[in-house]
Design a protein around this ligand. Structure first.
Ligand code: NAD
Ligand code: MG
Length: 347
């Protein structure tokens, strides 16, 4: 088993006396800034004046600084704007930063695909929480934490690892385990996971199952409960205790159907496609495509997102969920600004 770092392996020493500046106050930025502040780290938030999250930061008690002019005092800069906005943000802050500063990322995309080539005197590290920002904050408040990946890309000071681990510690990550990786491994596995399994794979599996039932004449809401709603109950069991726990809870008939039919749905053909998708990530083809898509105003992204959001399962789901009282509290998106706005569209 790979080495994991827990609370006893870490301390805040490497951050003592250091000024941390979190650039961006969205999903990750807010969570990082708040958790670090509550852990006693000297932290500030840097934003674009008039940007959509400036008011939110003020509400949370920050006096945001303008990242175009206010970065000179930073010892560590956490780059927490959207990945596609980071290269232009970096160009603005680089000339202001002191020699030997640390640049910290929460995802390796821009370093891996050379959209940002950090100055040679910087330490360049990554702490990538394996969960959305809202959870990074909530679990910290509850006394638990979200596991983090740690990587060191450039270690000019020789203290890059210690700085990154201290940051993960202050974020609450060492409560759940911190594992060391590289920028390549984090970037490639993260992109693969969200494309093939977590976001892309799961939603397509849900939609295909639902369409199959509805096209065969079954009621859309029955198909919704079967192919979407129940997924959470199954995933919760797998999350708590792996495949074994799911097998303990489902019927013998469900188990037999799983074992004999599952491999027929996710067959070698699907595995081949997964390998191709991984290749596109590893060669940089996906990264280049996404950068290009942004540069041209995201025409495909918008069209495809529209299609996803207008899928008939969304209409059925909306009606059914409106009556599920327990969902009401969770209905607000973590950061409404980030939901559908393209980077270029943000004011
Ligand atoms: P986000 O979209 O939630 O936050 C964006 C923040 O950046 C906001 O403050 C916004 O006002 C600001 N911003 C947006 N466009 C800007 C621009 N053009 N110039 C300057 N500022 C701009 O971002 P996020 O999802 O928290 O992602 C931040 C980083 O964390 C990314 O590297 C991402 O890959 C990584 N990450 C995200 C998650 C997640 O769950 N969202 C998980 C792990 C890692
Ligand atoms: Mg999809």
């Amino acid at each position: 088993m790979e080495k994991l770092y827990w609370q006893n392996d870490a301390s805040d020493e490497a951050l003592r006396g250091k000024k941390v500046v979190v650039v961006g106050y969205g999903s990750q930025g807010r969570a990082h800034a708040m958790n670090l502040r509550d852990s006693g780290v000297d932290v500030a938030v840097a934003l674009r004046p008039g940007g959509p999250t400036w008011a939110q930061a003020e509400q949370d008690g920050w006096k945001p600084i303008d990242y175009r002019t206010g970065m000179a005092g930073a010892d560590l800069v956490a780059m927490l704007t959207p990945d596609m906005a980071q290269p232009s943000v970096y160009r603005e802050i680089e000339p202001q930063l002191k020699k030997g500063a640390t640049l910290l990322f929460a995802h390796g995309f821009n370093v891996q695909y050379k959209q940002i080539e950090p100055r040679a005197d910087f330490d360049v590290v990554m702490i990538a929480p394996k969960g959305p920002g809202a959870l990074v904050r909530r679990q910290y408040e509850e006394g638990s934490g979200v596991p983090c990946l740690l990587a060191v890309h450039q270690d000019t000071s020789g203290k890059g690892f210690d700085t990154a681990l201290a940051y993960a510690h202050a974020l609450g990550g060492t409560r759940a385990g911190v594992i060391q990786t590289t920028f390549s491994e984090e970037t490639e596995t993260d992109l693969f996971g969200e494309q093939a399994v977590l976001c892309g794979g799961v939603t397509e599996l849900i939609a295909a199952g639902w369409e199959t039932l509805v096209e065969a004449g079954y009621q859309p809401s029955v198909a919704y409960f079967e192919c979407l709603h129940e997924l959470k109950l199954i995933v919760d069991l797998i999350y708590e205790g792996g495949f074994a726990r799911m097998h303990e809870f489902v019927s013998e008939t469900a188990k037999y159907g799983d074992l004999t039919r599952g491999p027929r749905v996710v067959d070698d053909h699907v595995r081949e496609k997964m390998k191709t998708i991984l290749q596109e990530i590893r060669t940089g083809a996906f990264g280049a495509e996404w950068v290009q898509e942004n540069a041209s105003g995201r025409p495909n992204y918008k069209r495809l997102l529209d299609k996803d959001l207008n899928h008939p399962i969304e209409k059925v789901g909306k009606e059914l969920r409106a009556n599920m009282a327990w969902l009401k509290a969770q209905r607000k998106p973590a950061n409404p600004n980030r939901q559908f706005a393209a980077v270029g569209e943000r004011k």
